[in-house]
Design a protein around this ligand. Structure first.
Ligand SMILES: NC(=O)c1ccc[n+]([C@@H]2O[C@H](COP(=O)([O-])OP(=O)(O)OC[C@H]3O[C@@H](n4cnc5c(N)ncnc54)[C@H](O)[C@@H]3O)[C@@H](O)[C@H]2O)c1
Length: 339
C-alpha cells in the first residue's frame, strides 16, 4: 500500500509534535511543513529532513493527501475549509474555532465532507482514556454517577499565545469538556466559577466547572494555568458498582525512602508533549487508518462544536452567576456514538 502524504501547517509547539509523529509512522510520508514565519518552517523542516515552505496556501492545496492544521485557533476553520475543498483529509487542532459563528461557517462550508475531518481531542486516544472507555462499556463500574477531572498546566503559555487562544474555556477546558462528553455523553447544564490569581493575559487562570449530563451524571472539572508540582492530569470516575482512577504519570515508578523523606517519587511528566506522546501517536494512527478504510473521522467536527457550546455556556455562567442549560445533542450517554 502506498504511503499517505501528509502536510503540516503551522510549525509551532503542536505542529512540531505532529510532524515528528508523521515521520515515525510506517504508512505516512511528511510531504512538507508550512509556516509563514520562515525561521519556524525552516528549522522544523531541516530538523526532520523534509521540505518546508512559507506558502501556507500551497501546502493546504498541494499534492498531500492529508493536512494537519496546527495554525493559531482563528485559522483552524479557514485552513480546514481550503484543504477540504482541495480534496484533502484534515486533522484539525482544537478548538474548532474562536466562536460558534465561525464553527458553523466551517461546518456549512465542508458540508458532507465533514466526515473527512478529525478534531484534535488527543486525550481520547491516551491509553488510559481508551482503557477507561472499554471498562465503562463493559459495565465494570456500572452506570457512571460522578466524574472528577483535574487538569492543571505547569505554567501559562505566552501572552501572545493567550491573546489568540479564545481564553481558558476554549483553549484549555475544551479538552475536559470533550473528555466529559467522551465519558458521560451529552451535557444538559453548565455552572462555572472563574479565578484570576496572577496577571496572566486572560480573564481567568483557573476555573471549576460543574456539568450535569443528560444521563444524570455530574462532572466536576478543575483547571489551573499553573501548578508548582508540574503537569497535573488526574481523573476519577465513580459508578454505582465501583470507581476508576487515573493518576499522574512519572518517568519511573520508583519510590525512594530515606531518613528525610519516604515515598519520594519522580516529578510528574513535564507537559502535554511528554504526557500525551502516546495519545498523539494513536490519534495520528487512527486518523490515517480511517482514511485508508474510508470511514468517517472521529472525534468529529460536531464533537468540536459541542465542546465549544460548553465553553460558551461556562463563560455565560460566570457572567450571569447562574446555571446555563444547553441543548442536548444526539449522542447517547456513556458511549455508543463518536470516538
Ligand atoms: N491538542 C493539543 O494537545 C494541543 C496542544 C497545543 C496547542 N494546540 C492547538 O494548536 C494550535 C497551535 O498551538 P501551538 O501551541 O502550536 O501555538 P504556537 O504559537 O506554538 O504555533 C503556532 C504556529 O502557527 C504559525 N502561524 C501563524 N500564522 C499562520 C498561518 N497563517 N498559517 C500557518 N501557520 C501560521 C505560527 O508562526 C506558529 O509557528 C492552537 O489552536 C492550540 O489550541 C493543541
Amino acid at each position: 500500500m502506498s504511503r499517505l502524504r501528509v502536510a503540516v501547517v503551522g510549525a509551532g509547539r503542536i505542529g512540531s509534535v505532529h510532524a515528528a509523529t508523521v515521520t515515525g509512522h510506517p504508512r505516512a510520508v511528511l510531504a512538507c511543513v508550512a509556516d509563514p514565519v520562515e525561521e519556524s518552517a525552516r528549522s522544523l523542516g531541516e530538523s526532520l529532513g523534509v521540505p518546508w515552505t512559507t506558502d501556507v496556501e500551497a501546502a493546504l492545496t498541494g499534492d498531500a493527501d492529508a493536512v494537519l492544521v496546527c495554525s493559531p485557533t482563528a485559522l483552524h476553520g479557514p485552513h480546514t475549509q481550503t484543504a477540504v475543498a482541495a480534496g484533502k483529509h484534515v486533522l484539525m487542532e482544537k478548538p474548532i474555532a474562536l466562536d460558534l459563528a465561525a464553527a458553523d461557517a466551517c461546518l456549512a462550508a465542508v458540508g458532507a465532507n465533514a466526515a473527512r475531518v478529525m478534531i484534535g481531542f488527543n486525550r481520547r486516544f491516551s491509553p488510559e482514556a481508551l482503557q477507561i472507555r472499554e471498562r465503562l462499556d463493559a459495565g465494570v463500574i456500572g452506570p457512571v454517577e460522578q466524574v472528577t477531572i483535574i487538569s492543571r498546566d505547569p505554567a501559562p503559555p505566552s501572552d501572545a499565545y493567550l491573546q489568540g487562544s479564545g481564553g481558558l474555556f476554549k483553549d484549555m477546558t475544551i479538552h475536559d469538556f470533550d473528555m466529559a462528553r467522551f465519558l458521560v455523553g451529552d451535557i444538559a447544564a453548565v455552572h462555572a466559577t472563574g479565578q484570576r490569581t496572577s496577571d496572566i493575559a486572560d480573564a481567568h487562570d483557573g476555573a471549576v466547572v460543574t456539568l450535569t449530563a443528560v444521563s444524570g451524571a455530574v462532572v466536576v472539572i478543575i483547571n489551573s494555568r499553573h501548578c508548582a508540582a508540574g503537569y497535573d492530569q488526574r481523573m476519577e470516575i465513580f459508578g454505582r458498582d465501583g470507581s476508576i482512577e487515573q493518576t499522574n504519570q512519572r518517568a519511573t515508578s520508583l519510590r525512594v525512602h530515606t531518613g528525610s523523606a519516604t515515598e519520594a517519587a519522580d516529578a510528574y511528566l513535564p507537559f502535554f508533549l511528554e504526557r500525551y506522546a502516546r495519545a498523539y501517536a494513536t490519534e495520528l494512527d487512527t486518523f490515517l487508518g480511517n482514511i485508508a478504510r474510508g470511514v468517517p473521522q472521529s472525534p468529529s467536527l460536531a464533537d468540536g462544536r459541542a465542546a465549544l457550546v460548553l465553553a460558551d455556556a461556562a463563560a455565560e455562567s460566570i457572567r450571569t452567576g447562574g446555571t446555563v442549560r444547553v441543548e442536548a445533542g444526539t449522542r447517547e450517554p456513556n458511549g455508543g456514538g463518536d470516538r
